[in-house]
Design a protein around this ligand. Structure first.
Ligand SMILES: Cc1cc2nc3c(=O)[nH]c(=O)nc-3n(C[C@H](O)[C@H](O)[C@H](O)COP(=O)(O)OP(=O)(O)OC[C@H]3O[C@@H](n4cnc5c(N)ncnc54)[C@H](O)[C@@H]3O)c2cc1C
Length: 524
């Protein structure tokens, strides 16, 4: 199996293969959607190329709320199909990748005079549990609620509904799916943009590509092409003169130190201001708070939280945890993602459908919308349309996506879990020579030092933000984008990155500017 290899010569070798053949499938976009399509096709023996214009998971797939959920809120909108599919896929992911997709218990406070009331919530949770074939929900009275989550004390608290869902590390989920795709022979390249579709008789037959690292231009001939560019999907479709169909919606998040808001559950609530769902939960040693849902009319690549969104999220937390008195100065970092939501003409952003869309326009199969959770089903929908173009038979199936992590038995359980979550079946090989020091956690995080070295060695790191925002999440979890640790980070990774002084300085400048622009707390 080839790794996600950053060495320039290996990159050049991969690029050299781009023009030499006709691919059964070219996938454009390296988020969860594209990764899923590449994985499903490669496992069926298709010859697959995946290209990502920036870094793998650079788009929405590293900026989501990171919940692998059935979507209780979609049930509330009457979107039964999305909920059912999501619940099944959640259960499957927890079975197949238990270290990466973990159960998370939720509390929803039942408060006098606030909606939805206990009985409505309970009815919804009953359906939710039925879909998953389990009974996870129950009602905790006020006393029990205060024991379960000390500090949770919104006005009028009578008790809470307790139920179960799941969480993950979204960028790592993408990496795991890409690893599986590569293991089955897919060629996956970051920093290669699809600049144009190539047409023959009005039908898509290839893609013009530009490599941002070595600077080359290529044309990849393709029997089928999947547009998995998320919120950017309309841009490629415009090449064919297709009418735009997406309504980009921004959702923003805050991260605060766990010690400042030491929850063990995910607290789910309806915001007092507008009745929208908001949540907070423990994630990677911090507490993650989200999210908003607003039309995003600015540059898609520059999405960031706005000052009113910061206030909105803090207000939600302080409503549920009045003693916490959470403030702007508590925030470690922020991030915002843009949902590729299909525009169904509804005014209220929160009510727009979250279901995915798949369509074939002159051989360009666009797959967008949807969720992290349902990537496997979405991929199969796209392949059903791509198969006739690719000249391949296609049948939906239930085969596993992830191979289990084996051979990690010698490590302490938390270390085993951490490595298995991130590297799956490659964990034992990639961390085999880790020193005791490298298997320690970076202060105030659950990240192991060895994760930095593994990323530099095997995971196609091109820029510093690839390493600190997506292969690891240190840039979000530590103040100042984790630059307090830059000396040791450099020491650990330089033997493989081989950037030298000048490139390190340039990378540091670029990264500092990015953290300030997109991840710091904006001034009020
Ligand atoms: C705020 C928010 C919270 C969410 N929370 C959840 C959640 O908790 N659970 C859940 O299941 N889902 C959640 N979602 C939904 C989920 O995150 C998205 O559906 C999913 O990440 C979309 O993945 P994607 O691969 O389609 O898009 P992206 O991840 O955006 O990937 C598209 C990629 O295409 C690349 N690209 C664009 N143009 C080109 C080109 N010309 N050439 C090459 N590459 C190109 C981009 O750089 C980008 O990386 C959330 C979404 C948002 C915005």
């Amino acid at each position: 199996m080839g790794g996600l290899d950053s060495v320039a010569s290996s990159r050049a070798a991969k690029l050299a293969t781009l023009e030499g053949c006709t691919w059964d499938l070219v996938v454009i976009g390296g988020g969860i959607t594209g990764a899923g399509v590449a994985q499903q096709a490669a496992r069926r023996g298709w010859r697959v190329l995946l290209v990502e214009q920036r870094d793998f998971a650079w788009g929405t797939s590293s900026r989501s709320s990171k919940l692998v959920h059935g979507g209780l809120r979609y049930l509330k909108e009457g979107d039964i199909k999305t909920t059912l599919h999501s619940v099944h896929e959640r259960q499957r992911l927890m079975r197949e990748a238990p270290e990466l997709v973990q159960a998370q218990r939720f509390l929803f406070a039942d408060c006098a005079g606030r909606k939805p009331g206990r009985w409505l919530m309970q009815a919804g949770l009953m359906v939710y549990d039925l879909m998953a074939g389990q009974r996870s929900h129950w009602y905790a009275d006020r006393q029990r609620t205060l024991e379960l989550e000390p500090g949770l004390d919104p006005p009028g608290l009578r008790g809470a509904l307790v139920f179960s869902d799941a969480k993950t590390d979204d960028a790592r989920l993408v990496q795991r799916v890409l690893m599986q795709a590569q293991g089955d022979g897919a060629v996956c390249l970051n920093y290669v943009a699809a600049t144009e579709l190539v047409l023959n008789d009005g039908q898509v037959c290839g893609v013009a590509l530009q490599d941002a690292v070595l600077g080359g231009r290529f044309v990849a001939k393709a029997r089928s092409v999947v547009n998995a560019t998320g919120a950017w999907a309309d841009r490629l479709r415009a090449n064919l003169g297709a009418r735009p169909m997406l309504r980009p919606l921004r959702g923003s998040h805050l991260l605060v130190p766990h010690a400042r808001l030491p929850v063990t559950h995910s607290i789910s609530m309806m915001h007092r201001q507008d009745g929208r769902p908001v949540f907070l939960y423990p994630w990677e040693g911090c507490t993650l708070i989200g999210t908003t849902d607003l039309d995003h009319r600015d540059d898609l690549a520059q999405a960031r939280i706005t000052p009113p969104e910061v206030d909105y999220l803090l207000e939600a937390v302080n409503d549920q945890f009045p003693q916490a008195r959470l403030m702007r100065s508590d925030i470690v970092s922020t991030y915002a993602g843009v949902r590729p939501v299909v525009d169904d003409g509804r005014g209220d952003a929160s009510k727009a459908t979250r279901d995915h869309v798949v369509k074939d326009e002159r051989g360009l199969i666009t797959l967008t919308g949807g969720k992290l959770t349902t990537f496997r089903l979405m991929a199969q929908d796209a392949l059903a349309l791509a198969a006739p173009h690719a000249g391949k038979p296609f049948a939906r199936d239930q085969s596993v996506v992830f191979q289990p992590a084996t051979g990690c038995e010698g490590w302490p359980e938390p270390v085993r879990q951490r490595l298995a979550a991130r590297y799956g079946e490659r964990a034992a090989l990639w961390a085999a020579d880790a020193t005791a020091d490298e298997l320690g956690c970076i202060e105030d995080t659950q990240t192991l030092w060895v994760e930095l070295r593994i990323a530099a060695m095997h995971e196609a790191v091109v820029h510093l933000d690839d390493l600190l925002l997506r292969r690891t999440r240190l840039g979000l979890l530590l103040p100042g984008g984790a630059l307090g640790h830059v000396e040791r980070i450099r020491l650990l990774t330089e033997p493989w990155l081989r950037w030298g002084d000048a490139v390190w300085q340039a990378e540091l400048g670029r990264y500092r500017e990015l953290i300030e622009r997109q991840h710091a707390v904006p001034p009020p």
